[in-house]
Write a protein that binds this ligand. Sequence first.
Ligand code: F6R
Length: 337
Amino acid sequence: MLGAIYGLPEQMEEAVRLMEHTGAKFDASLVQTIVVTGLGGSAVGGDMLRTYAGDKCPVPILVNRSYTLPSYVGKDTLVIAVSYSGNTEETLSAYADAKARGAQIVAVTSGGILKKQAWEDGHAVITVPGGLQPRAAAGYLFIPQLMLLQQAGLLPEGHAEIEETVRLLREMRKLLAPASPTEQNLAKQTALRLYGKIPLIHGAVGLTEVIAYRWKTQINENAQTPAFAHCYPELNHNEIVGFDVPQELIEKLEIITLTCSRNHPRVQKRIEITAGEVLAAASCGQTELAALGESDLAQMFSLLYLGDYASAYLAALYGLDPTPVEKIEYLKRRLAD
Ligand code: F6R
């Protein structure tokens, strides 16, 4: 897992090369909505696309994590079906639904049934390299979706942003990789803060909400620990009330707040007041971590990268191998029986 995390910048570059030569196309002039359908590690790229594209794409993007698609999906919808393994039953079912409704379909996968079916049905397939855990393939799964929309003119050209992101992650890993000692390694320091605690990750609408959720799921899957996520400003209207009792549970919480320079100024003010005043007397721990980089993409990936490393180090602190996800595989086997 640590090797896969280290390789994320190269993974992104490889995905760019792959997309420069892809034949995967769709008719953008027909597209009124975009639905990315996938689960788990294969859905996160869709979450990031939706977030990134929010203020840039002329048509709405929805991420679907279900067996079926929303009722508005039809011929004017682009459905991007994403499954790293190509064998996730919910995604295969949603793919069949998209096909039945005559949607334009692009599959993003490393193989499996999805690749075979999409190929046989004559739909575009973007085949990414296999051999990783899906959650460790964020570069392979996100960049193709981004570039697909850029190449179709639904998003502005963004090569410079991708380059900045790759450069930034390469810089970051000098300090975050295993060889870098704890004193200068923010990921190791964060893992130590989370050790023995229940992580509660706070993001904000805009760029960090989906990254907070990614942290939660990476901590669940890599460190095999319960973790939760919520986002500003919504959490100011409910969650903040719930830090009084029971004391012995509140003490077990460690709040990590992810911030970025793109936050709405009122949201930033809310974070300051919540952390500094409203929750100051709560018995849980609190840490704020800021995104690095300039562009939206770099800021999102900088926090994702830190969370990926921190969750793998948390697994190490618990003496666990961060890679296998036996419970997910058991459930898939039982459902296939
Ligand atoms: C495992 C992981 C899972 C899978 C999910 C869907 O590393 O991240 O969340 O992504 O079970 O499987 P795929 O991605 O193959 O469609």
